[in-house]
Design a protein around this ligand. Structure first.
Ligand code: MN3
Length: 257
C-alpha cells in the first residue's frame, strides 16, 4: 500500500463515530449542518472522516494502517513505542470492542442481561480506546509538524482561548495532570458551539456528551515510557513539535461543513 493509498484509506475508512461517549451519527443538528442533511449519505460520509480508519469498507472495526512509518516522529516518540502502541495496544482495544459488541448481541438475542454492566463498560472502554487512537495517529505525522493551528480552527482557538499560546498552556496543563491514565482532548462542543479542553481518564471517563474530539494526546504510560520514563511533562511539551495542525484543522472544517 502506498502512502497515498494509506492516506486515502484513513480518510474514507471510517464508519463508527462513538467517541468519548458521543454517538455522532445519531445526533441531529451537528454544528452547522441541518438535521435533514445529517440523514443523508453525503453527510454520513463526511462524518466518517472524523474518526479516520476506524472501520473497513465492510463496516468492521480495524486498526488503521499509519500513513507514515513508525520512525516518522522519532524526534519525539521513538519507533519502538510507536510500533508497540499501534500493533499491540490499539489492536487490543479493537479486539476488546469487537468481543464486547458480540457479547451484547448474544445478550440481546437470549434476553440474558446478567452481564450488562460489565459488557457496557467493556464496550465503552475499548470503543473509546479505538476511536481515540484512530484520531491520535491522524493528529501527528511527518508533514506539517508543529507550529500553530491554521485556517478556521486558528480563528476559533483565538476566539475561545485568546491565543494559540494560551490554548496550549491550558491543553498541556490538562494533559500533564490527568489522574492516572488518560488523554488531553481538544474538542468541539456542538452543544456549546465552542471549543473545549477535556481531561479524559482511561479511554472513556471524565468527558462530556455532545462533543467531537479534534486533537487528542495520549498520556497513558505506554505512549511515552521508553523515552521519557515517568516524565510525562517532558513528553507533553515535546508533543507540540509533532502535531499535524493541517489535519486537525481539516477535522474542524469537516465538522463545520
Ligand atoms: Mn494509547
Amino acid at each position: 500500500m502506498t502512502t497515498t493509498d494509506r492516506r486515502e484509506f484513513l480518510a474514507t475508512g471510517t464508519k463508527a463515530a462513538l467517541v468519548g461517549g458521543a454517538l455522532l451519527a445519531a445526533m441531529p443538528g451537528l454544528a452547522g449542518a441541518d438535521a435533514e442533511a445529517n440523514k443523508g449519505a453525503g453527510n454520513a460520509e463526511r462524518l466518517r472522516a472524523l474518526v479516520p480508519g476506524a472501520t473497513n469498507d465492510k463496516g468492521e472495526y480495524v486498526v488503521p494502517d499509519l500513513p507514515y512509518g513508525f520512525d516518522a516522529v522519532s524526534e519525539v516518540i521513538d519507533a519502538q513505542t510507536m510500533q508497540i502502541h499501534h500493533d499491540k495496544h490499539h489492536a487490543g482495544y479493537v479486539a476488546g470492542l469487537k468481543a464486547g459488541e458480540e457479547a451484547l448481541v448474544k445478550a440481546h438475542a437470549s434476553g440474558d442481561y446478567d452481564q450488562i454492566s460489565a459488557l457496557s463498560n467493556k464496550v465503552a472502554f475499548n470503543g473509546g480506546g479505538h476511536m481515540l487512537h484512530c484520531i491520535f495517529w491522524d493528529c501527528i505525522g511527518p508533514e506539517n509538524m508543529g507550529g500553530e493551528a491554521k485556517g478556521a480552527l486558528a480563528g476559533q482557538i483565538a476566539k475561545d482561548f485568546g491565543s494559540h499560546k494560551a490554548f496550549w498552556a491550558h491543553f498541556a496543563a490538562a494533559a500533564k495532570n490527568v489522574q492516572g491514565s488518560g488523554w488531553g482532548v481538544l474538542a468541539w462542543s456542538y452543544g456549546g458551539s465552542k471549543l473545549v479542553i477535556l481531561q479524559a481518564q482511561n479511554q472513556h471517563l471524565n468527558t462530556q456528551w455532545g462533543i467531537v474530539p479534534l486533537l487528542v494526546l495520549d498520556v497513558w504510560e505506554h505512549a511515552y515510557y521508553l523515552k521519557y520514563q515517568n516524565n510525562r511533562g517532558a513528553y507533553v511539551d515535546a508533543f507540540a513539535k509533532i502535531i499535524n495542525w493541517e489535519r486537525v484543522g481539516k477535522r474542524f472544517d469537516i465538522l463545520r461543513g
